[in-house]
Design a protein around this ligand. Structure first.
Ligand code: F0G
Length: 351
């Protein structure tokens, strides 16, 4: 047994770091690839969940952040900034603490899950709630990083995608080769681009014999890559992917086209159903946006796009604990009882 050292040490020769790069890490990566029995049954495929909610701050963003923050420190940055639907800000805030950097985050007011807001605040980030969308926040953030001495750590920073590509490496390392199909939620479109980079790199170097078809899924009210043009007022219950003008638009299209894949829309209803299915039939608690990958797989299977017998990986991007409000609102209200075992037995219908 050897303890996991964080993804920069594990994949050092494939990342843009040198012997003198200060490694800022919370030992991210090394997340489980969990067989999904129920989803496999429903599709006739061999389905795995790449459970990214088990990263240190509860989402895949930590993979990108360890590299982006390490490089920012190497380049002499004193402060970092990002726009976020919540997870990027949580991750940036934590890694900034680790590195001794100041951290500023811009989020769309009222449109991020409570847990994510709590994370940015507890790690001491300067949090600005913008009366606008994520797309507005990103545009403002880019201007600030251009004009002031503050490093941008959104996924338009290429070090972010370098870190995030390691999830594809881990999948190939675990399965012995690439899967046939990879399903993933799409918001700002960085992650699908990063996975494709990782799969391509491993295939080019002969570590994998093949590359998967990439299937990306956007929420139907926020699906610019499906419609082919930006969405001015994106709407979805999956606030993490409530994005109308993704920064990595072209890269995501390339991932789709080079892999022979597709980017499709799934409705909020499908997302909520997949969220419940994962919680209640797989025992895996994810956030709403994460369930888009599984909602999408079920849809693609119904359309005949994903045939029986294939090996499929679905990335579930963030931890369900990020958004307790949503989890509670969809569940039956708990029953209150006095200190009385008989009352408990009766409430549990045991007696
Ligand atoms: N799933 C979750 C839980 C996310 O937080 C995000 C993006 C995505 C999927 C989509 O990934 O943007 O690379 O296509 N969250 C960003 C944020 C935008 O600010 O936390 P993407």
């Amino acid at each position: 047994f050897r303890a996991w050292r964080g993804l920069i040490e594990e994949y050092r020769d494939r990342l843009p770091v040198s012997a003198t790069t200060p490694v800022v890490t919370l030992l991210e990566g090394g997340t489980p690839l969990v067989p999904a029995r129920r989803v496999s049954q429903l599709t006739g495929c061999e389905v795995f969940l790449k459970v990214e909610g088990l990263n240190p701050t509860g989402s895949f963003k930590d993979r990108g952040m360890t590299v982006a923050i390490s490089k920012a420190v190497e380049d002499g940055a004193k402060a970092v900034i990002c726009a976020s639907t919540g997870n990027t800000s949580a991750s940036a805030a934590a890694y900034a603490v680790r590195a001794g950097l100041a951290c500023a985050v811009l989020v769309p007011r009222g449109k991020i899950a409570m847990g994510k807001l709590a994370q940015a605040l507890v790690h001491g980030a300067k949090l600005l709630q913008v009366e606008g969308s994520f797309d507005d926040c990103l545009e403002m953030t880019r201007k600030l990083a251009e004009n002031y001495p503050i490093a941008l750590v959104n996924s338009v920073n290429p070090h972010r995608l370098q870190g995030q590509k390691t999830a594809a490496f881990e999948i190939v390392d675990a399965l012995g080769d690439a899967p046939d199909v990879h399903c993933i939620p799409v918001g700002n479109a960085g992650n699908i681009s990063a996975y494709w980079m990782g799969y391509r790199e491993y295939a080019d170097d002969g570590v994998a014999t093949r590359r998967p078809r990439m299937l990306g899924f956007q929420a139907s009210g926020a699906a610019p890559l499906v419609g082919g043009s930006p969405v001015t007022h994106p709407q979805t219950i999956a606030t993490a992917i409530r994005i109308g003008n993704p920064a990595s638009w072209r890269l995501a299209e390339a991932a789709r086209d080079e892999s022979g894949g597709a980017i499709q829309a799934v409705t909020d209803r499908q997302i909520a159903a997949a969220y419940r299915l994962l919680a209640q039939e797989e025992g895996v608690f994810v956030e709403l946006a994460s369930a888009a990958s599984v909602a999408g797989l079920l849809q693609a299977h119904e359309q005949g796009l994903v045939e029986q017998g294939l090996r499929v990986v679905c990335t579930v991007t963030g931890n369900g604990l990020k958004d307790p409000d949503w989890a509670i609102s969809g569940a039956p209200a708990p029953v209150t009882i006095p200190v009385d075992a008989y009352a408990a037995a009766s409430a549990l219908e045991l007696a």
